[in-house]
Design a binder for this molecule. Sequence first.
Ligand code: NAD
Ligand code: WQD
Length: 338
Amino acid sequence: MKILVTGGTGYIGSHTVVELIEAGNEPIIVDNLSNSNINVLDGIKGITGKAVPFYQVDVTDLDALRKVFCENNGINGIIHFAASKAVGESVKEPLKYYGNNLVGLMNILKCMKEFSVGSLVFSSSCTVYGQPDVLPVTENAPIKPALSPYGNTKQICEEIIRDTATSDNNIHAILLRYFNPIGAHPTALIGELPLGVPQNLIPYVTQTAAGIRECLTVFGDDYDTPDGSCIRDYINVTDLAKAHVVAVSRMENGKQKQNVEVFNIGTGKGTSVFEIVNSFEKVTGVKLNYKVGARREGDIEKVWADASFANNELGWKAEKSLDETIASAWNWQKSLKK
Ligand code: NAD
Ligand code: WQD
């Protein structure tokens, strides 16, 4: 299938493009390179042998986006990754986030209608749940008031998609609510690009171990968890990428049971920050310099997925272990120094 992948040179997008190709699809990438680098295309080619068609286009530019659709007949589906995703930045620059994430999605939906493309996979996030009342969290858990403009854009985007699909039977969608994607492709030819000071745990861990950062701060050890540190559901980025391949295939083969379906994409296992630190030291043999600091504003205490709906309905399940995933993150970090 011909799949348009917006944000396809980004972290999750690039790993998904690889898995799409490995499954026999023909991805086309649209990306404005605002948070990625064009040499990711070389990494994708190094892994798959394929040169993926690439358009440096901003999805908020409707005319430019239309041109991509005009030049590519027969697009079977779209995977929409392109968005701004830094929670802290969204608090400082909400209009950038509402502008980019909402207008970008609406332009994709407009092009779907104009060019008769029916299938959309959307990058959502477990952030829509906030701090769930019940764990593990299922897709039916209440959507709580967003804790950041970023989280709010994901909630609003889900509603925009639902309303559009309700108004137009030709539009159908699968919303994938990712938990915490980590790691890199086993070849270490693609991974999470280190732009600026990492906000996320794993890149901060690997950069500390690589001597780029002085010391990792564990944001709080006084939470109501077994070891006092926060718990998350860390999912291997390649496992996550494979969920998108399954999702587009489900839609193309008419297997969807509703016009809009939602799936939690997580491992179903909660892991604490200290467990991540211990796993890193065990897997790499590198002693990590860390200290315990104050809680980070906005952090929720614990969240992990009930992924049984994706397991049973999509036939998708996370396969890679935490240790293997952390090793891939470290291999990627070491490859960057070369
Ligand atoms: P990323 O920043 O690595 O990738 C996003 C890509 O989109 C980048 O290549 C960027 O250049 C591109 N982009 C951004 N705005 C664009 C625009 N207006 N036009 C064209 N391209 C644009 O981020 P990621 O971690 O790969 O996340 C991909 C998607 O998954 C995002 O929608 C994000 O909100 C969502 N998500 C990410 C996480 C996570 O922890 N990484 C978790 C849940 C959901
Ligand atoms: C994980 C844990 C921190 C850094 C974020 C977004 C979410 C989604 C995924 C887009 C937390 C702790 C972290 C550090 C630490 N992104 N930590 N020291 O916050 O769960 O989710 O990324 O959709 O929307 O909120 O991920 O990696 O930032 O933090 O102790 O230097 O690691 O407190 O408990 P988070 P994270």
